[in-house]
Every structure is written in C-alpha cells, then in structure tokens.
Ligand binder design. Structure first.
Ligand code: ZN
Length: 474
C-alpha cells in the first residue's frame, strides 16, 4: 500500500489521495534491513545524569515491524526518537526503562556515582539521523536529556556481523521476525552439560506464557528462540547468602540489596548473546532453585527456572518487561497516603482516579459497579501482614527454600480463596491498593498476576499486553 503511494507520488499523479499514507514513515525511505545497536554509558547520581557514546554495532537483521515505527504507547521512564535531521520528523521511536532509572532512586545514588552500560536498537539508518533520549519528569512528561548525531558512515560504526558461537533452540516458530513478536531466551548458570535442562526450561517458559491470556489467544503472533550460553559453573551468585559464583552473563541475586532481586550489569555481553537471533524481548532463564527474578521494561526479565513458582515468575516478570505493567501489590504495613497532587502514573494497569470517565479502563466498568470498589481490604491486609511477619522471621532464621515455598503456597491458597468469594469478584472496577501504595492507587480487578501469585492477568493488564503485541505483530 505504502509502496504504491510512493510510486504514485513519484509519478506526480494521485498525490492527494496518497496524502494520508505519506504522512506515515516509509521504512525503505530511511532505513536498511539491519539493526543498529547504539551502546552508551549512563552515569550520574540521584541528582544529575550524563550520557556518553560507547559504540554503534550491527545487531543482525531487523526483527521489528516495518510498519509500526513510531511508538504511540509512550510507556517507560525513558523514551528515544530517531529523527530525520533535515525535516525534524520522527522516523522511529520506542519507550524503555533501565537499571539506571531504578538505581537513581536508591540510597546509594545519594552517596556515590554510578555508571551503567545501556543500548538503544533501531533500524539501520541509510543517512545521518539524530538520536534524542528523553526522560520522564515529575509531571510524567518527557524532557530531552541527550542527543547524538548518528552517522552510519562514521568510523565509530562497526557494520560487521557478530557471528556468536552459541547454539540455538527454536521454542516456538510462527512466522517472519518482522511480522511477529520475537522473544529470545538466554541461559544463565547452565553448564554445557546442562543444556538439555535449559531446553526443557525454555519449553516451560513458553508453556507458562501461552497458557495465560492474552498470550494464549495471540500465540501465533510470537516466535521464541533460546540461545545456549554455557556457564563455567552451575547456578547463580547469591552474595546475601554467602553463595558466590561467576557465570557467563554475570547475573546475580541481591540487586540493590534485595535478596530475591536478580539483575545483570554486563549489558554488552548480554546484548551480544541475545543478538544471536532476531529479538525484541529478552528473558534470562536462571538455573537456580532460589525464588527470585526481576523485569524491566524492554531490557529483560530474570527468573529462577528451577523454583516451584517458575511459571508465576516467568509471566509476572514478563508483564513488567513486555508492557511496562506496574506491580499491583503493596505492603499493607506501609500506610503511606498519596496526596491529591499525585500525578496519574503512566502504567496502564494502575490509576489514581475513581471517576469512571478518568480511569484508564473506565469503558470496561459496568454502570452499577461502585467506585472505588469495596473488596474486603482490611481482612486481606491482616492476613498479608501475618504472612510478612512469618516470612521475615523465616528469612532471618535462614530456613530452607522448601519451607519458604510452603509459606508461599499457603498464602496463595488463602488469597485465591478469599478474592474469589468477595462481593465483586470478577467485576472490573477500581480496587484500592497497588504499586506499593496501600491507599490512593487503584487496580482494575481484585486479583491479577501482578498482584498475587495467581495465574491470570486482570482486564487492564490484558488490554495493555494486546496493545504491545499490536506494535510488533502484523
Ligand atoms: Zn493486572
């Protein structure tokens, strides 16, 4: 369709009838069929931040859509644009989040400098283009924080293919990368001899995702490929538990001092391994039995694939990474109240509003559902507090992982039971308590995999996931 219009305009006929399509960006006009990865260092403290270029490399054939070049969802803490410097037109854009974005809010960032290696990936520009990175401010608007003129003919650009030495296992193949959502799974903490296990875990990941809506009904829109990165030793690093290990991608539990938060900072090595296959989303399967993981929008997820809750970890963390979904849980002990000045969060599954017209998923709420929607929060919080106390005691006593799993199982059973029996169970509404706030922030349903360790997404999360699938699948 677009190609026809370009030819038509070239022939100077039918110009007016093509004006609609010409307003869009034509992939072929600006880009070559390759992926450029621009690596940079992101450094700063709690109060200032700086960017500096590392390198620009060839990250393999373009796996993204050639139609959906501009990101209208505008999710994430950061956002980047590729602009045509002559016209100023935005020819590619995507939102994303980063480890830096989390780190800058920690106590450490108030005391010392941090530096993180990051990447933005976009189709290979045919001519010079301008990269502009934006950061979300307090009012949730994007301010420009860095720009860089990308000259594809510069000596700083390395167009050579990488040709990584890793084996690839096709987990799910449904079509051409440019027409599908492409997920890469990277092995971490699996030795060469454990690759059978990794392939089985990769299948487990796919099964967990594809048995959860809306991934289940959109299964055909996905490709999943697993890259086998052999580790020198089995398992991960756990500094808080005095278990030390050096793995191939350097992922570690204990990120920001949290025992069960696993991140990896060796971005270049991780990205190089991922580029073995076409990809847009990344999951790090950790060969570890200790409950833990993490998920950052458009960066990656980590999940312990040997833990009893692996299905939950895969899907919950993927929700963060894929659609920038907020955690819907909160610690009931924190009675922090949001003031009226609080700005509506950008995440599509949480809101500060209780007016049907203003709630993001308001159109899904029935007229007779009260807002905010009562859900027996006090009783739920009482139970949750008891579990928290128990958990802390068990953690202090360094009990076995089996015992922790048992507690999580009991908690899940009680919560499933309780939330399925409340008056508005199954109703879309505005349920108070979400995003680490006991009060002032609302979620769309009583239960969701972003709230408890249940097995399904709420209505707001499902819709957000559909929107992201539509950005990559055709
Ligand atoms: Zn949800």
């Amino acid at each position: 369709m677009k190609r026809t219009c370009r030819i038509a305009s070239f022939l100077l006929i039918l110009v007016f009838s093509c004006s609609q399509a010409r307003a869009d960006v034509s992939f072929e006009q600006y880009f070559k069929d390759q992926t450029m990865r621009l690596d940079y260092f992101h450094t700063g403290t709690a109060t200032e931040e700086h960017f500096s270029l590392d390198q620009m490399v060839n990250d393999g054939p373009w796996a993204g859509s050639k139609q959906q070049l501009v990101d209208d969802l505008r999710l994430g803490k950061y956002f980047f644009e590729i602009q045509d410097p002559r016209s100023g037109k935005v020819i590619y854009s995507r939102g994303y989040s980063s480890i830096y974005g989390e780190w800058e809010t920690t106590a450490e960032a108030k005391k010392e400098w941090g530096v993180f290696h990051e990447s933005v990936r976009f189709p290979w520009p045919a001519q010079k283009v301008k990269l502009v990175i934006y950061k979300r401010n307090q009012q949730q608007k994007f301010d420009p924080v860095w720009q860089y003129m990308v000259d594809p003919n510069s000596r700083k650009v390395n167009p050579a293919p990488l040709n990584t030495p890793y084996g690839v296992y096709e987990v799910a193949a449904h079509g051409k990368p440019q027409e599908k959502v492409d997920i890469v799974l990277l092995s971490e903490g699996y030795t060469k001899q454990q690759m059978d296990e990794f392939r089985a875990d990769a299948d487990k990941f796919a099964n967990a995702l594809f048995s959860t809506e809306p991934f289940a009904s959109r299964k055909e829109d996905f490709n999943i490929r697993a890259v086998e990165v052999p580790a020198p030793n089995s398992g991960l690093n756990h500094p808080q538990q005095d278990i030390y290990n050096r793995s191939a991608l350097s992922f570690s539990y204990g990120a920001f001092g949290s025992q069960r938060y696993a991140l990896g900072y060796d971005n270049k090595t991780i990205r190089d391994a991922a580029s073995t296959v076409p990809y847009e989303f990344t999951a790090i399967l950790m060969n570890d039995s200790i409950y833990g993981g993490g998920g950052i929008y458009k960066l990656y997820i980590t999940a312990a694939s040997d833990n009893a809750f692996h299905d939950y970890l895969f899907v919950h963390e993927f929700g963060h990474h894929f659609a920038s979904l907020a955690d819907e849980y909160y610690t009931s002990a924190t009675a922090y109240e949001m003031g009226s000045q609080v700005v509506e969060p950008y995440e599509l599954n949480v809101t500060t509003y209780t007016d049907k017209d203003k709630v993001k998923w308001g159109d899904l709420i029935r007229e007779d559902t009260p807002l905010p929607t009562p859900w027996g929060k006090e009783k739920f919080d009482d139970h949750s507090n008891q579990i928290q106390e128990k958990r802390q005691k068990m953690r202090d006593a360094k009990v076995s992982e089996d015992k922790m799993e048992q507690l999580f199982r009991q908690q899940r059973e009680w919560e499933e039971d309780y939330l399925s029996q409340i008056l508005h169970a199954g109703d879309v509404g505005a349920y108070e308590g979400a995003m680490y706030h006991s009060k002032g922030i609302y979620r769309s349903e009583p239960n969701c995999i972003m709230f408890t360790r249940t097995d399904h997404f709420c209505a707001a999360c499902q819709r957000a996931i559909h929107m992201v699938i539509d950005q990559y699948a055709e």
